[in-house]
Write a protein of this length. Structure first.
Length: 427
């Protein structure tokens, strides 16, 4: 197996932690291992218990390792969109070479120059996403390498997040004994592949319906333009069912997955099932239509909150409609209900890979595919990724392979700086 093409993603979600081992070959993903464990220690996308989260990560890792026989040491990490801020930035450099041909080194320098801006001490950069490159005032260039020019510019989007939130995630990954290959914002990586090219260009809302929270990401003109998080998710539906049916939470979750239906008009009145009553030995009988009303009320509230949030973000029109994914998107009838409430086109995205044909795996799949695309663009090989979490607490910047000499000269300084930041943060 060519380990250069082997990727392992770590999706730390509110309800479950997923580890996906996949091999990229000819731009095709082949899933070879999956691990999943219930999230303990995470509430509404944020870590509230380090030890419990580390245990959950280890359980998911062990499952994936048993399935494949591969020792998991390095992961592509997804960070949630909580407290995320997108900011336009610009970088400008002069082309270095005598023949004025733009090289990997010029590309790296212009990206570095775009990062030279004041970031508040409580925030940390996650990703820098180029929107376009400009060579001597010629714009809309996707890759300037090989072109001839004197002045190279980049218009980019800098994604920052809460320093506390990010470092808590990194601390969990470090204590689980893992190294980080790359870090990406979850809706950036997942939305990039869940949406079609037309949807990304026309203006579409990517909605990840998670357990503890719902992530909203808006793509326009092929780029991520807005992100937000609504603190309502599938766990709230489970809690509603538990209270109304007077049954344990675990049983309510099972009922939701097995019999749940989001659209009351299409739910069956004939499909009956037994529900154990908490604190007694008796059971009650309910129909799918009965619990559909409970589920539908909560989902209607959630979709109204999403519309309110889109309005707050200044999104008035979504020509590409809405794409739903995440664990809750697996509920039957959810697309019909969403269309009725949101009055726009709605579809559900499900990854089409053996072993992960569930909407809940969208982020784990997206992280691998996005990391592969990123590696191909920046020409990174496996040797560029072996940096331990302890030595690299901040998200990795884009690396270039211009020359091994340049990389080695900068390596010590970067790692020393990272160690100082990490140590200072945890004093």
């Amino acid at each position: 197996m060519n380990h250069q093409d082997l990727y392992i993603s770590l999706d730390i979600g509110s309800s479950s932690i997923k580890v996906l081992i996949g091999e990229m070959s000819d731009n095709q993903l082949h899933v070879i291992g999956v691990g999943q464990a219930k999230s303990n220690g995470i509430r509404k996308g944020a870590i509230v218990d380090i030890d419990a989260t580390v245990q959950s990560i280890n359980k998911a890792i062990e499952q994936a390792e048993r399935m494949t026989g591969i020792k998991v040491e390095e992961v592509v990490l997804g960070v949630p969109a909580n407290q995320t801020f997108l900011q336009p930035v610009k970088g400008v450099v002069a082309v270095n070479s005598d023949d004025r041909e733009i090289s990997d080194d010029d590309l790296q320098r212009v990206l570095d120059s775009a990062q030279v801006m004041s970031i508040p001490p409580e925030r940390e950069m996650v990703n820098l996403i180029p929107r376009q490159f400009i060579v001597d005032h010629l714009d809309e260039i996707k890759d300037p390498r090989g072109m001839i020019g004197i002045r190279l510019e980049v218009d980019a989007t800098m994604i920052t997040t809460s320093r506390t939130l990010l470092h808590n995630v990194l601390r969990c990954v470090e204590r689980a004994g893992l190294q980080i290959r790359e870090i990406y914002l979850q809706p950036l990586a997942a939305g990039y592949y869940a949406l079609t090219e037309d949807e990304k260009n026309q203006g579409t809302a990517y909605i990840d319906l998670g357990g503890g929270s719902t992530t909203i990401a808006v793509f326009e003109e092929g780029l991520l333009t807005h992100t937000s998080v609504v603190p309502v998710g599938g766990d709230h539906i489970t809690k509603d069912l538990s209270i109304v049916l007077k049954t344990p939470t675990e049983q309510a979750e099972s009922i939701k997955k097995q019999f749940g239906h989001a659209f009351y008009d299409d739910a069956s009145d004939d499909q009956l099932f037994e529900v154990p009553v908490v604190g007694t030995d008796s059971t009650d009988q309910y129909s799918q239509r009965y619990i559909s009303e409970i589920i539908g009320v909560r989902l209607e509230e959630l979709f109204e909150l999403i519309l309110d949030e889109l309005s707050r973000l200044g999104i008035r029109d979504l020509p590409g409609g809405i794409v739903l994914t995440g664990g809750v998107a697996q509920l039957e009838g959810i697309a019909q209900l969403a269309r009725q409430v949101m009055q726009t086109r709605v579809r559900v995205y499900t990854p089409d890979y053996i072993g992960v044909r569930e909407p809940s795996y969208t982020t784990a799949v997206g992280l691998i595919r996005y990391a592969h695309l990123d590696d191909e663009f920046y020409g990174r090989g496996p040797e560029a990724h072996t940096v331990s979490v302890a030595a690299q607490p901040t998200p990795p910047k884009k690396q270039s392979n211009a020359t091994e000499k340049v990389d080695n000269e900068n390596k010590k300084g970067v790692i020393d700086t990272a160690k100082r930041i990490f140590n200072k943060f945890f004093e």
